[in-house]
Design a protein around this ligand. Structure first.
Ligand SMILES: [Zn+2]
Length: 163
């Protein structure tokens, strides 16, 4: 879906920030259907603003250690595109990606990664390590952390508080 409210010349920092916040709200809504899994969700948006991939953490449901929201969203986007290269895409996710997911984002050549809450224990986009900005790798996505950080971390706190 192309956002008609954004004129083509208005790719300013402010309008990008507004788009980031709107997409993060989509992720938050998606994360609420995670059931028994830790509520984490991701969406992939293409260069034209269309959502081409969605993912919700399914590790418990699928008994799959790799079923993280980001990986599932990248897989859906790749299927939609019939291509692994998502070079014009932005991935939004409610929690800082782990080492596996940060690696997958580099492999998919995504242009930007936008996340909500920081994950000091396992985050690989600036916390524990910084995979997207590792100069030894052949692709370095732009990273924006802390978008709707309060709401994203509150969702996780509610989940763990309710166990
Ligand atoms: Zn992950």
């Amino acid at each position: 879906m192309v956002d008609a409210s954004v004129p083509p010349f208005a790719h300013s920092v402010a309008s990008q920030r507004e788009r980031d916040i709107a997409r993060m709200r989509d992720c938050l809504q998606l994360a609420r259907v995670a059931g028994d899994d830790v509520p984490i969700a991701a969406v992939v948006v293409d260069g034209g603003g269309a959502v081409i991939g969605r993912g919700v953490n399914r590790r418990e449901r699928d008994g799959d250690p790799t079923a993280h929201a980001e990986v599932l969203a990248l897989r859906e986007a790749g299927r939609a595109r019939r291509a692994w290269n998502l070079g014009d895409c932005t991935l939004y996710v409610t929690l800082e990606p782990c080492t596996m997911c940060a690696g997958a984002l580099v492999l998919a050549r995504v242009q930007r990664v936008v996340f909500g809450a920081w994950d000091e224990k396992a985050g690989a986009c600036g916390s524990l390590r910084d995979v997207p900005r590792d100069r030894r790798l052949n692709h370095r996505p732009e990273v924006q952390g802390g978008v709707l950080e309060g709401e994203c971390s509150a969702l996780l706190r509610e989940f763990f508080g309710g166990l």
